[in-house]
Design a protein around this ligand. Sequence first.
Ligand code: PSV
Ligand code: MN
Length: 424
Amino acid sequence: MKIEKSIIDQHNQGLQERHQRAFDFVSSDVDNIDDILEKLQRFQIAIPSWALGTGGTRFGRFSGQGEPGSLEQKIEDVGLLHALNQSSGAISLHIPWDIPQNAEEIKALATSYGLKFDAMNSNTFQDQAGQAYSYKFGSLQHVDPNVRKQAVAHNIEVIKHGIALGSKALTVWLADGSSFPGQLNFREAFQNTLESLKEIYAHLPADWKLFVEYKAFEPNFYSTTIADWGQSLLLANKLGDKAYTLVDLGHHLPNANIEQIVSLLLMEGKLAGFHFNDSKYADDDLTAGAIRPYQLFLIFNELVDGMDVRGIDHATGLGWMIDASHNLKDPLADLLQSVEAIKIAYAQALLVDRTALKEAQQQNDVVRAQEILQQAYRTDVRAIVAESRLRSGAALDPIGLFRALDVRKKLIAERGMNSVATGL
Ligand code: PSV
Ligand code: MN
């Protein structure tokens, strides 16, 4: 299914008057509105190929319908999102869930939807059919060099697939760790991981980045070998200039100050990958902004500040991606909601009066500092985000149009009730 531009234009015409009133109201107080709109238009958030089907928990999975049953259909789904919001212009593939059979054809298909290939993701957290060694006790950290070698070879394979598709980054997330005290020698596990990563790093093309993703817990229950930003940064620093830390919002211990983490990583020039989601308790369960929109804004506030200080282009300097699981909602509607929440937080961060904030900080004026941040956060920027979509040829109300067009019903008619997407 493809959404034609004429459908979007028709939808926008119906909403134009109301939108204009809201946009005029909010933008009248913003001096640099054109600059903000331009930044919003350029800011793209990649969609992971594994988020297009229904997720599950270890207790079960309640399958959705009309899920994309092939890589081609996953690309079609991201194409639908991008047509609706012009903000999801890239797809991130997980190997071996999404091995392209013909890279040239897949690339051409993606281009026809205006999509690029974001970071490639390796998978050494599951065993695959016909694999010689098991990852039950880890992969890059494993005590057996044969397992490590196999995991390294897999990552090199993933880089090759990425090169063929025009990707520029490899994300390594490991489930490696231990579930019981005494199971693992922490230092040896870390050293093995570092040595394995060095071998992978050696195969990165010159213009590629390696994102080292950390996660505090799960699937192991006692220790994770790359558990936090310190351990990821340690590895990235030891690996070299092409290695960076990747922050996944759901991978922290409760109440971690993520905004402080991103601020320092940016200061060190070592933040390059980002996974958005939200959670009440843990991991990547929920839609971005669904639980802690203020935290998302505070994170963006630090991101914008840290990128500006270093002269990093907001749109291209970091790899922005959603990494969420959809157990209840239609994945496509959920992803539209996530993108909207991310863009709202970004727009609010762009509104922060940085000169005044700096002044308040210098004078230890805590009350003023809070007022400045909350002035931006409490501004209803939805019409600004909608205007940026309008200027890019997207829908004023992407979810409204998704619903009005009965997209899922059409996908079910095309793909059937029982098609299942690869992924977790
Ligand atoms: C792990 O929880 C993670 O965040 C990693 O990014 C994986 O690649 C992804 O989720 C899918 O399992
Ligand atoms: Mn992630």
